[in-house]
Design a protein around this ligand. Sequence first.
Ligand code: SAM
Ligand code: DTB
Ligand code: SF4
Length: 397
Amino acid sequence: MSAVSPLPDRRFPIRHDWTRAEVEAVFDLPFTELLHRAGCAHREHFDPTEVQVSTLLSVKTGGCPEDCAYCPQSAHHGTSLAASKLMDVDAVVEQARQAKADGASRFCMGAAWRSPKPRDMPKVVAMVRAVKALGLETCVTLGMLDAGQARELKDAGLDYYNHNLDTDPEYYGQIIHTRTVQDRFDTLTHVRDAGMKTCCGGIVGMGETRRQRASLLVTLANLPRHPESVPINQLVPVAGTPLANAPALDPFEFVRTVAVARILMPASMVRLSAGRAAMSDEMQALCFAAGANSIFHGEKLLTTGNPDPGYDSALFQRLGLRPMSVENVKSSLSDIPGLTIVRENSGGGCGGGGSCGCSEGGGTGPTLAETTRKRELAQLSREPEDGCGCGCGCEHG
Ligand code: SAM
Ligand code: DTB
Ligand code: SF4
């Protein structure tokens, strides 16, 4: 038996230099291979039996001036949704207290705004302070923010700001006409600069191609900092919206999207977000196996349905999953010491041609099966690997 050599620290480091071709190759992996790799990435940063649980509340519903094609809250579409005013702080706090009692670690408040008006800010700030005082993590999603508004929310104790890119920047103009993707980037910059965590993901099933799904995930992963939370929403088709009759996406394609998000952003919470009510138990289980480790719990999302809370608890029990405590949530992305930051392609490559999802791209090398077998053997026996040092177990240095 040869001497034991330590395994590389991180086989799935934090990278900001993904190319679309590389990510498309990850998408194209055989399904079980993709899930295996996503599972490895997940285990490198998290306990895969723990799922972070958030509860969502619409604090200001409907009548939104934006024209997002997917959204039932847009005033541009003929949905039957009644618009309502910003809720009172006490009523919001009561709901947050209940969410905590039901096991949530984070409380997310959403408003159907293009951006908050100055007159709205004091009430939102009071909501954030009060919810934070309950010992919950706080998240809000209010549309576009300027730098001052972001600082105000940070000072109130806001942990996360949810602001999704929603789709491939090149497809964006077909889904939303009232703002640009650059507006989205600007708000994300203000949120990061104010010192808050970002919750930023997208929607799949809006008629986009796999290439466009890959492009959305590349854009997210190549942001200056990975969003600490990455919601992957499946379109909830709502009558009256332009996407009401969008053709349903193959469930395996949704699971693939979750898996690729996990590989690209290994230390982020990947949230199995909207659309769970339409998913089978088996599909949700596959999403957890693919690295999803966060959900919305509660009978409603913002305006549409979510699985019954009792049903979710039973599913967790059947799958051997448990809610993540607030303390463990805090050990995500920004709190892990010593994460490798790889900003540039290091050349040479492991031979996976980028398809193994490791930090080394390019080159020619062993087949997928060889790579996988060698990696598993290396893990089991902890014998020295004759690979490239990227940890993928290949034979090219
Ligand atoms: N108005 C703010 C904004 O757009 O940023 C915050 C609220 S908005 C409803 C938050 C997110 O909900 C959107 O970015 C989108 O990802 C998601 N969403 C809205 N309608 C959806 C639908 N029908 N299916 C899936 N996700 C949806
Ligand atoms: C996110 O990405 N998904 C949530 C949350 N962020 C705010 C919203 C889902 C909304 C689904 C449609 C609705 O219920 O209105
Ligand atoms: Fe308004 Fe947000 Fe809905 Fe777009 S997604 S219409 S910005 S509430």
